[in-house]
Design a protein. Structure first.
Lengths: 167, 289
């Protein structure tokens, strides 16, 4: 075995060791690596007054805006499909906030089951399309933006061979 | 260096070392560099002008989506540049490739620059869309770690009096950091993150309209050529710097031999540098075989 070959094998062995150590560490800590928990996680084990991030979609027809000018208050429900949690938030909501949109809220679960948020962040998905395409999809009945994420890209993006709706 | 290990190179290693000769590298890169630079300027300009001024606005993000054309290629190149650094490190550690050492030193600051651009534009994009400049989610944190790995490499390779020891230490650091690359790539799939998953995947149709995808891809190729052009130019400069230093040291040494008074005023540095130059040339000659 040449010295070169030996160095290569040492490197491969170190790489395997380091890689598996990292994989084990990450899988062991994967609970604390998540940025937010879902309403179902919250229902499964209550955080007992700890501050947590709650993430999910804003449920249809649950957004109620109140409060005077300069002190807006909003209540809405955050859902992951299976469970939903009522959230109250006093403050200015981000521009992308709307029903059906993903949000991540930071706050505490109150004893009455509502989640009092001190911060609301909007989460957007990985779909990018011009207004005209979105309009065409809506007009043709393929997609209702309030009801959830856009249809699969293969149905509207021309790269996939499908005809762009409305074009 | 250990010329012994270079002798008896298997067939695969020989083709690898054909480009190790600094003279050959200077000739080849000198011919390629103007084209590389022209392509880099042209495609980066085309992609960015198209994306920033002519591509459509997004249906929900509006004009803020245009930050993507600066941010996403920078992010891709931050990871790809680190991959290049890691490949140079393997060549350096296993095959003692003299050019790979120099290339690794020169890739570090460029990669750090692209990563900084990615982090800065991401922050500018996050504030209007998410509502926060920065969050500690897995994607953002792992890219910040990548930035620190680059900075650590930049500092470490320059921290030794003996450059060879710096190359070895830097190569080991760079290879340890490779575990971060899959974490960056898959962080958005493995864990809940605020950052959205990838729009462009190998398996499915891109979830991005073609009118936005084209300028993005052109800008990405432009960034890639820019990265390559800067690294090649810097590596050329490093090779030439090394040659000039070698010539100066050789002259100082020969002057010193003729006039001992001059030599005694200097310390041992010229001798070490001359030895280093000899070793570099020996390795390069061996590699060129």
């Amino acid at each position: 075995m040449t010295r070169k070959r030996r160095r290569l094998w040492i490197l491969v062995a170190c790489g395997l060791g380091l890689g598996s150590a990292t994989a084990l560490t990450l899988s062991a800590f994967s609970d604390s690596l998540v940025f937010f928990v879902s309403p179902s996680d919250l229902a499964k084990d209550a955080p007992n007054g700890r501050t947590v991030r709650l993430g999910g979609l804003v449920e249809q027809g649950t957004v109620v805006r109140s409060g005077g000018p300069g002190k807006p208050v909003a209540t809405f429900r955050v859902t992951d499909g299976a469970n939903s949690v009522k959230v109250t938030y006093a403050g200015i909501l981000p521009d992308l906030f709307r029903e059906g949109q993903g949000v991540v809220t930071l706050g505490t679960l109150q004893s009455d089951g509502t989640f009092r948020a001190s911060e609301v962040l909007a989460k957007h998905d990985e779909t990018y399309m011009p207004k005209e395409v979105a309009e065409a999809l809506k007009k043709s009945g393929h997609w209702n933006p309030d009801a959830g994420p856009p249809p699969p890209a293969s149905t509207w993006n021309t790269l996939a061979g499908a005809k762009q709706p409305g074009s | 260096m250990n010329a012994r290990s270079v002798v008896g190179t298997p067939q695969a290693g020989r083709s690898l070392h054909r480009f190790a000769n600094p003279g050959q590298f200077l000739r080849l890169s000198g011919a390629v560099l103007p084209w590389l630079t022209a392509g880099a300027v042209a495609l980066t300009t085309l992609g960015l002008v198209w994306g920033l001024f002519f591509a459509p606005a997004d249906w929900q993000q509006g004009d803020a989506v245009r930050i993507m054309y600066v941010h996403v290629p920078a992010a891709w190149l931050a990871s790809a540049g680190y991959m290049a650094l890691a490949i140079c490190s393997v060549l350096s550690l296993v095959w003692r490739h003299p050019l790979a050492d120099l290339a690794a030193v020169e890739i570090g600051p460029v990669g750090a620059g692209f990563t900084a651009l990615c982090l800065a534009t991401g922050s500018l994009w996050g504030k209007p869309m998410w509502g926060a400049w920065w969050v500690w989610d897995a994607r953002l944190t792992s890219v910040l770690v990548l930035f620190f790995l680059y900075l650590g490499h930049v500092a470490l390779v320059r921290a030794f009096d003996d450059p060879t020891r710096g190359y070895r230490a830097g190569a080991i650091l760079a290879l340890v950091g490779v575990v971060n690359l899959p974490i960056i790539k898959f962080s958005v799939d493995w864990w809940n993150t605020l950052h959205q998953p990838a729009s462009i995947t190998l398996t499915g149709a891109p979830t991005m309209a073609l009118s936005m995808l084209w300028p993005l891809l052109i800008a990405a190729v432009g960034y890639m050529l820019t990265f390559a052009a800067i690294v090649v130019a810097r590596t050329r400069a490093a090779v030439m710097e090394r040659r000039v230093r070698g010539l100066l040291m050789a002259r100082a040494a020969s002057d010193g031999a003729e006039a001992p008074v001059v030599a005694s005023s200097g310390e041992a540095a010229p001798e070490r540098a001359a030895a280093e130059r000899a070793a570099f040339q020996a390795a390069a000659q061996e590699s060129a075989r």
